[in-house]
Design a protein around this ligand. Structure first.
Ligand SMILES: [Zn+2]
Length: 79
């Protein structure tokens, strides 16, 4: 999961605030996490990165904010 997906979801208004159900207006980057997996003697290294962001609703007087790396849960499924 990369930050680019967050950017695009917000640009396409597919990132929805669970409180007021309006498109999330912006986000702030929090951190990247990197997972490293070693597979025995074969030394297979698998890197996966995910971005932790703070989602900020920003609609009207809605104060919803969420710091999460599971932000894909807030992206509306494609139509
Ligand atoms: Zn909201």
């Amino acid at each position: 999961m990369s930050e680019k997906i967050v950017q695009e979801a917000i640009a396409n208004k597919k990132m929805l605030c669970p409180k007021c159900n309006s498109p999330v207006q912006r986000y702030e980057k929090y951190a990247d996490t990197v997972d490293l997996v070693r597979d025995g003697f074969n030394v297979q290294e698998i890197y996966s990165t995910s971005s932790r962001v703070t989602l900020i609703c920003g609609n009207g007087d809605c104060k919803w904010e969420e710091r999460t790396e599971f932000w894909d849960a807030y992206i509306e499924d494609g139509d």
